[in-house]
Write a protein that binds this ligand. Structure first.
Ligand code: PFF
Length: 446
């Protein structure tokens, strides 16, 4: 694709919101709270924040540098910056990660639509005396209905991506992210008013380091990459649409801050409710879909809050899934010279096939299991714990050791147009070159 063909983001604000949109997703609202619950609460959050600042922030800058300088999707950008080398294989790794994540992401996206429909049908209205745990497990392990909702989710994302970067992705993010923030705030306030909410806060903000082991470190790092959309080319492709005049460091800081804030707010909306209703915090992926219906059915105006919540979850899921889809779409457009519509159609087919397998793997007695894990869990674990981590490692090594330091500085200061204090540029440089690669390697080896 020629540079003049790139339809980039229309404004700095739009670019930031699209990046925040990619970062804030199911990872924040669905995954973060249950990982906190499984990994011992406050200590996990603390480690997560330290990793995000010391490792994810430099990885984010490195990805945007590669995208904006390489002016292409992951494979093309590595190829443009290191012609004749094997670095473009790192780009292929990101395509693999995207494909794994989109498969289970679409299934969970479908669940959000189903729960939105259920809320509108008053299934979580005050006094609804249902066994929500049973309701969730019978729905998520059914054959057809999860697939139909998954398909609807896939088609919505595809429609946004077909509209293109400025008219689809940027416009969607600009309107929906502020709305999402407002909705989450309403839930946090509601949750805080529950009797016994304090126990939930204590769980979230009291650090018990005896629970920390190497698995926790891996989970925290994997979650940080997952949440910031790193290690799979999403920030490379979005970086390639970012204007030359924008400051990469400020995009990184804003995205990281808002992403972390959203994750903590989501945990503050959910954990107090978990404890208030005497539920267990370590229920895994079902946490949001089992716990929150209890909360909704036990509060005044619960139906309206439920509708708001599942709209938020859906918006967050879409704004992230479109960035994943854009990685695959732009790759197909650039490498195979397809039209956007053709590329998206192929992506739809891939998502339907692998999403279906993921959904089927959740059924009792399904043969779609490996090493005791369903395909769904396997894709989730392999992508965030390994593929993304290796992708992120390669990204920082590339920018720290392969790209010239002057090119790094040129990108970070936009050729002198952006004021970035010298010390900040230096700190980020050493984080990219030494701290992040060593830390990622150490955690991988552990
Ligand atoms: N960051 C998204 C979330 O937290 O749900 C997930 C994600 C989107 C991961 C895009 C990776 C990606 F490229």
């Amino acid at each position: 694709m020629k540079e003049s063909d790139r339809s980039g983001f229309g404004s700095r604000f739009g670019a930031i919101l699209a990046m925040v949109g990619s970062a804030v997703g199911l990872g924040n609202i669905w995954r973060f709270p249950y990982l906190v619950g499984e990994n011992g609460g406050g200590a996990f959050i603390l480690i997560y924040i330290v990793f995000s600042i010391l490792i994810s922030l430099p990885v984010f800058c490195a990805e945007v540098i590669i995208g904006r300088r390489g002016r292409a999707s992951a494979v093309g950008a590595f190829r443009n910056l290191a012609p004749g080398s094997k670095w473009h294989l790192a780009g292929y790794l990101s395509i693999l990660a995207v494909f794994l994540i989109l498969s289970f992401y679409s299934v969970v996206g479908g669940w959000s639509i189903k729960y939105l429909v259920d809320s509108a049908m008053l299934k979580f209205s005050a006094g609804a005396d249902a066994d929500f745990s049973e309701l969730f497990s019978s729905f998520s392990t059914a054959t057809w209905s999860p697939l139909i909702y998954m398909l609807v989710f896939i088609l919505i994302n595809s429609a946004v991506v077909i509209l293109g970067v400025k008219n689809g992705i940027e416009r969607f993010s600009k309107w929906m992210m502020p709305l999402l923030f407002l909705l989450i705030l309403i839930l946090v306030v509601r949750s805080a008013c529950l009797p016994g909410a304090g126990v939930g806060y204590n769980y979230l903000f009291h650090a018990d380091f005896t629970k920390i082991n190497s698995d926790t470190l891996m989970a925290a790092l994997g979650q940080s990459f997952f949440s910031m959309s790193l290690g799979m080319g999403a920030m490379i492709i979005y970086g390639s649409y970012v204007s030359r005049k924008d400051s990469i460091a400020s995009h990184a800081v804003v995205t990281l801050s808002l992403d972390t804030l959203f994750a903590i707010l989501a945990a503050c909306a959910i954990m107090p409710a978990v404890f208030s209703f005497g539920l267990q915090p370590n229920q895994g992926p079902g946490l949001v879909f089992v716990t929150l219906p209890y909360l909704f059915s036990n509060m005044p105006l619960g139906t309206i809050v439920a509708i708001f919540f599942f709209i938020s979850l859906l918006l967050a899921a879409i704004s992230s899934a479109i960035s994943l889809l854009e990685v695959m779409t732009s790759f197909l457009i650039e490498e195979f010279h397809l039209s956007r519509r053709q590329a998206v159609t192929i992506c739809i087919a891939i998502q339907v096939v692998f999403g279906t397998l993921c959904s089927f793997s959740l059924q009792a007695g399904s043969p779609l299991k490996l090493a005791g894990l369903s395909l769904f869990d396997l894709f989730d674990k392999v992508s965030s714990d390994y593929v993304m981590t290796i992708g992120a490692l390669l990204t920082v090594i590339f920018v720290g050791w392969k790209i010239k330091r002057s090119d790094y500085l040129d990108e970070m200061t936009s050729g002198g147009a952006v004021h970035l204090p010298r010390w900040a540029a230096e700190v980020i440089y050493w984080l990219i070159k030494v701290v992040a690669p060593l830390a990622i390697l150490a955690i991988l080896i552990l």
